[in-house]
Design a binder for this molecule. Structure first.
Ligand code: ADP
Ligand code: MG
Length: 389
C-alpha cells in the first residue's frame, strides 16, 4: 500500500504549526525496530539482535517557559497537557500521554532539570504490530527534551531511562531491547545486545551491498491472550532456572543442554528451556556469520528459530506459520516470526530480486486461507535516534 501523506517529518512540523501557531525549535526522530533473532531471551538475561527500521516517529518541539508539557499526536488528533504534579505521580497521566509523561518523570527522577515543552508527534511506525512504536515515541520525546534542555545524558544511559518510563510510569513490564534498539542502532548494522550486561556491539548488516532484503510482513493476526501467555512463559523460565540452580537460563551453556533437560521434571519445562538455550546460541551463531560478512548464511538460523518458537515455546499462531511457510516455499533464504508471539510480524531474508515475488506469495497464501491480507514491507537497517535539521 502506498502512503500518499507528506513525509513524517513534515507532518510533525505542520502539526506543530497548526496546534501551537508557530514553528517548532527542532525535530527529533526515533525509529521502530525489528528483532532479527533472539526471542524470549531478553528476560532470561540472554542475547538479542534487533535493527532499526526506516519507519520513524518524529517529535517537533519547542520549550515552554513554565513546568508544563503539552503534546499533540497526529494519530489521535488529541492534545494532552500535564504539569509537575501529574508527572510526579506515575499513573496520573493515562493513555498514550503516559509514555510522554513517563519520560519526563524518569528524567526528573534521575535528577535532570527537564524543560517545559510543547510537542507534536507524527509517526510511520504501526502501533501494536510488534515494531515498537512505544519505544520510538519515548525515544523521540526523550532526545527532544535532552536537546532542548541541554541535559547531560550520554546516549548509552538513555535506553535504561526510557525503559523506566515504560515500566514504572506506563506500567508495561518490557525488557531493555526496544529502547536500546531505537536509541542506539546504526544504519547498515544490527545491534548485538547482551541483556545482562547491556553491552552492545554494532554488527555489520549491510543488506543492500549483499544484494539482499528483509521483508517484514505484518500478519495482522489478532493478538490473543498475549499478556497472560507472556507471563506464563516468563514464570516457566524462571522456575526452570531455579530448578537448575542458575541465576537465569542464559547460564545454561548450549553444550550442557541435554544434561540440564534430563534434570527437569516435565516435558513442558524441557521445551521452554530448549527454546531459550538454543535461541541464545542461534543469536551467537548469527552474530559470528555477520561479523564474517556471510549474511546469506543466516537464513537457516532464522528458520530454525521459527521452528523452535512454534514447536517448543508454543507462541506462534496459524497466520504467522502460514506466512513463514509461504515465504520459504517462494524462495526466501530464511523466515521467522519476530516479536513476543501470538501474532505480530514475520521477517524473511530474500534476494532483492525475489522480494516482490515472496511478498506476493505470502499474500496469496493468506487469501487462499481466507485470512485478512498481510502488509509486507521491504526494510533496511537504519539509524537510531537523530536530531533533524
Ligand atoms: P508496540 O510498541 O509494539 O507498537 P505497544 O503496545 O508497546 O505496541 O505500544 C503501543 C502504544 O504506544 C499505543 O497504544 C499508544 O498508546 C502508544 N503510541 C505509540 N506511538 C504513538 C503515537 N505516534 N501517538 C500516540 N501514541 C502512540
Ligand atoms: Mg512496545
Amino acid at each position: 500500500m502506498t502512503d500518499h501523506r507528506p513525509d513524517v517529518t513534515r507532518r510533525a512540523s505542520t502539526g506543530f504549526q497548526t496546534v501551537y501557531g508557530e514553528a517548532p525549535a527542532g525535530r527529533w526522530a526515533a525509529p521502530g525496530r525489528v528483532n532479527l533473532i533472539g526471542e524470549h531471551t531478553d528476560y532470561n538475561d540472554g542475547f538479542v539482535l534487533p535493527f532499526a527500521l526506516p519507519l520513524r516517529t518524529v517529535a517537533a518541539a519547542a520549550p515552554q517557559a513554565d513546568d508544563t508539557w503539552t503534546v499533540w499526536s497526529e494519530l489521535t488528533g488529541e492534545t494532552v497537557g500535564f504539569g509537575a504534579d501529574e508527572v510526579a505521580a506515575p499513573g496520573r497521566v493515562t493513555g498514550w500521554g503516559a509514555y510522554v509523561a513517563g519520560v519526563v518523570w524518569a528524567l526528573r527522577e534521575a535528577g535532570h532539570q527537564v524543560p517545559g515543552a510543547r510537542l507534536a508527534i507524527a509517526s510511520d511506525v504501526p502501533l501494536g504490530a510488534g515494531l515498537s512504536s512505544s519505544a520510538a515515541l519515548e525515544a523521540a520525546v526523550l532526545t527532544a527534551l535532552v536537546d532542548l534542555g541541554g541535559l547531560s545524558l550520554p546516549t548509552e544511559d538513555q535506553p535504561r531511562l526510557a525503559q523506566r518510563a515504560e515500566n514504572h510510569y506506563v506500567g508495561a513490564p518490557t525488557g531493555i531491547m526496544d529502547q536500546s534498539a531505537t536509541i542506539r542502532c546504526r544504519a547498515g548494522h544490527a545491534l548485538f545486545l547482551d541483556c545482562r550486561s547491556e553491552q552492545v556491539e554494532h554488527v555489520p548488516f549491510d543488506l543492500i551491498r549483499a544484494g539482499l532484503a528483509i521483508l517484514v510482513i505484518d500478519s495482522h493476526a489478532p493478538h490473543r491472550h498475549v499478556d497472560g501467555e507472556y507471563a506464563a512463559r516468563r514464570a516457566g523460565c524462571e522456575r526452570a532456572a531455579a530448578l537448575l540452580g542458575v541465576p537465569a537460563l542464559r547460564d545454561v551453556p548450549a553444550g550442557e543442554l541435554d544434561t540440564a533437560l534430563a534434570r527437569l521434571p516435565d516435558d513442558e519445562t524441557r521445551r521452554l528451556v530448549r527454546h531459550v538455550v538454543t535461541e541464545d546460541q542461534r543469536v551467537l551463531d548469527t552474530v559470528a556469520l555477520l561479523r564474517g560478512g556471510r549474511i546469506r548464511h543466516i537464513g537457516g538460523l532464522l528458520t530454525a528459530s521459527h521452528a523452535s518458537m512454534r514447536d517448543d515455546f508454543a507462541i506462534t499462531v496459524p497466520e504467522v506459520d502460514t506466512a513463514v511457510e509461504a515465504a520459504l516455499t517462494a524462495g526466501a533464504l530464511g523466515a521467522r516470526m519476530t516479536g513476543g508471539g501470538f501474532g505480530g510480524c514475520v521477517l524473511a531474508l530474500v534476494e532483492t530480486a525475489d522480494a516482490d515475488r515472496v511478498a506476493a506469495a505470502v499474500t496469496s497464501a493468506y487469501a487462499a486461507r481466507g485470512l485478512t491480507a498481510p502488509t509486507p514491507r521491504t526494510v533496511t537497517p537504519s539509524t537510531g535516534t537523530t536530531r533533524l535539521n
